[in-house]
Ligand binder design. Structure first.
Ligand SMILES: Cc1cc2nc3c(=O)[nH]c(=O)nc-3n(C[C@H](O)[C@H](O)[C@H](O)COP(=O)(O)O)c2cc1C
Length: 186
């Protein structure tokens, strides 16, 4: 099983990065091959809505998104991590998700988007409802892609890396990583 972690926080070793890394560590402990990508270290432009992708599912922009999509296609599980910014995802995460628009216009590429998806969020508020719009957005996106959920983790942590001092959250992240494989049908 190949697991790709995608970190949408611009804060290196911030809470999202730490949590996604811990999910990947859990996955690796079960034998998964893991990889982590930091969106803010890549050049990913916003979708321009030129609609040229309607022909063949390919985006005409030359940036790092084509390479990232190739790694996504090769993976079995995506671990999407984002901080909550204004009750939504970070701009980096939203821009990245908008670029999924191209591959869904090709039958072959669209089929490669049917992955198991995990969502990890970090936010400062205590209210458990804080990431609800991100969850709702991905619920609909996953249904649209005919992908499936492989678990979620939502953690209150404000200061950079504060989550490292929260053993419960760290354990939950690790445990989530150990449960990414589909449950075999009986
Ligand atoms: C632009 C911005 C918007 C934010 N909006 C929210 C918010 O709506 N709700 C919240 O609880 N925290 C909010 N926060 C706090 C972050 O979610 C919190 O610090 C989180 O731990 C950041 O994750 P990171 O360490 O992975 O970057 C915001 C922070 C920034 C910089």
């Amino acid at each position: 099983m190949r697991v790709l972690g995608i970190v949408g926080s611009p804060r290196r070793w911030g809470n999202t990065d730490v949590l996604v890394s811990e999910v990947l560590r859990g996955a690796a402990s079960t034998g998964a091959v893991t990889e982590k990508v930091i969106l803010s270290s890549l050049k990913i432009h916003p979708c321009l809505a030129c609609e040229n992708c309607h022909q063949d599912g390919l985006c005409r922009q030359t940036d790092d998104m084509a390479g990232l999509l190739a790694r996504m296609f090769e993976s079995d599980v995506w671990v999407l991590g984002t901080p909550v910014y204004w009750w939504g995802p970070s701009a980096q995460m939203k821009m990245f998700i908008d670029r999924w628009y191209a591959p869904v216009h090709s039958k072959e590429l669209r089929a490669l988007m049917r992955k198991r998806v995990t969502l990890v969020t970090a936010f400062a508020d205590e209210a458990p409802s804080t990431p609800q719009h991100i969850v709702g957005m991905l619920d609909d996106a996953i249904a649209y892609l005919k992908a499936e959920w492989a678990g979620q983790l939502h953690v209150t942590a404000g200061a950079r890396g504060a989550v490292s001092h929260d053993p419960k959250a760290m354990q939950e992240a690790f445990d989530l990583g150990t449960h990414l494989a589909p449950v075999p049908a009986r």
